[in-house]
Ligand binder design. Structure first.
Ligand SMILES: *Cc1c(COP(=O)(O)O)cnc(C)c1O
Length: 384
């Protein structure tokens, strides 16, 4: 074996030993909720397609029409010739939904976070980031080459203490948090963080990948509980409830213009295919017109947690924390035998010792299936 393959094999053997090896499983998504895997048909509680819009006829038709009109790909970076006419409409719509002056669409949520943070924070800046924030916020923070300090999950007191100690040493400070936490389903204390940021001249950025479309009447976590918290930097993705692909930042005109000029993941990456942009516009249209439909995933998650005896769901994401990797994989297999797809989530996606089933609820999940899933989780998984 050559040294490259020896290196790879040793790493893989170690992952296998620790039950942390991952494999790609071919999955055929038939509609918004059913999938076929390894010859089995399973009801999925693992997709982020909260509104089942990936399969919506209007959304699919918009994507097809965009391919017919503009082609399969965009041909270049948006800064060169890849800025096809659909982008302006999508950005105007995102800014309207989030009530910001402007918006900028990126190739994905990961690319957005990797691009935005280094524009705002340099070597002499500070990033305070919730310890349970998504991996790509940490990636963006590290790319900034500024000082990165994680704060305890949703602990505003800890952020206040860090600011009291550190604020004077840095010209600019960015506070970064998921709006809805991707593996825990809880919400960030955006009102408190926004007030604290205002008091200390820090900039607040929220990652609303799991909020847009499903929280706050579909507008996202800064609109939850019928209040509007004007978070100055609101990023998110078009690949979850929106059912398409791409990332975005909603912010002031000046901040967005700077991002367009400086974000390397925007400048040096090809624009999205027109079909993805068209699908996102169609999906946002549906969401704006039907806030009652947008409320369904959280309602379904709440029905599940009530019946399973778990803490009340705050978003469509419900963690069933098991702890050990092997036991979590066994629980996932048990549910597959019952006809449910519930993916096991293991470190490093979640902290060591907190391996879990991450259940996600969508608008179209039948209530009787949710009841049966809750009974199995309560009686066969949580009892151990
Ligand atoms: C999925 C996710 C992202 C990445 O978005 P993509 O468009 O899939 O790259 C970013 N942040 C959070 C919190 C996410 O859950």
């Amino acid at each position: 074996m050559n040294s490259l393959d020896r290196f790879a094999q040793a790493k893989l053997d170690d992952l296998q030993r620790r039950h942390l090896h991952r494999a790609l499983t071919e999955t055929l998504r038939e509609d918004g909720i059913w999938v076929e895997r390894g010859g089995r048909r399973l009801l999925s509680f693992s997709c982020n397609d909260y509104l089942n819009l990936t399969q919506h006829p209007t959304v699919k038709q918009a994507a097809i029409a965009a391919i017919q009109r503009y082609g399969a790909g965009s041909g270049a970076s948006r800064l060169v010739t890849g800025n096809h006419p659909l982008y302006a409409e999508l950005e105007a719509r995102l800014a309207r939904i989030k009530q910001t002056e402007a918006a900028c669409v990126f190739g994905s949520g990961y690319l957005a976070n990797a691009g935005i943070i280094p524009v705002l924070i340099g070597r002499d800046g500070l990033v305070l980031v919730d310890e349970l924030s998504h991996a790509c916020l940490f990636a963006g923070a590290q790319l900034s080459r500024g000082t990165v300090i994680p704060f305890r999950h949703n602990d505003v007191g800890h952020v206040r203490a860090l600011l009291a100690e550190q604020r004077g040493r840095y010209e600019h400070v960015l506070i970064v948090t998921d709006g809805v936490f991707s593996m825990d389903g809880d919400l960030a204390p955006l009102a408190e963080l926004h007030a604290l940021a205002g008091d200390t001249d820090a900039w607040l950025m929220s990652d609303d990948a799991h909020g847009l479309g499903v929280i706050g009447g579909g507008r996202g976590s800064s609109f939850s509980g019928n209040t509007h918290i004007p978070v100055p930097l609101q990023m998110g993705t078009l690949s979850k409830a929106i059912g398409a692909y791409g990332g975005y930042l909603c912010a002031s005109s000046a901040a967005i213009d700077l991002i367009r000029n400086r974000a390397r993941t925007l400048i040096y990456s090809t624009g999205l295919p027109p079909s993805s942009v068209a699908a996102a516009i169609a999906a946002l249209d549906l969401i704006e017109r039907e806030p009652a439909y947008a409320a369904l995933p959280v309602q379904k998650a709440k029905a599940f947690t009530k019946r399973a005896g778990l803490p009340d769901a705050l978003s469509p994401i419900v963690p069933v924390v098991i702890g050990e990797e092997e036991a979590t994989l066994a629980a996932s297999r048990l549910l597959a035998d019952e006809g449910f797809l519930a993916a096991a989530i293991r470190p490093p996606t979640v902290p060591a010792g907190t391996a879990r089933l991450r259940l996600t609820f969508t608008a179209q999940h039948p209530d009787d299936a949710i009841e049966r899933l809750a009974d199995i989780v309560r009686d066969k998984i949580l009892v151990h």
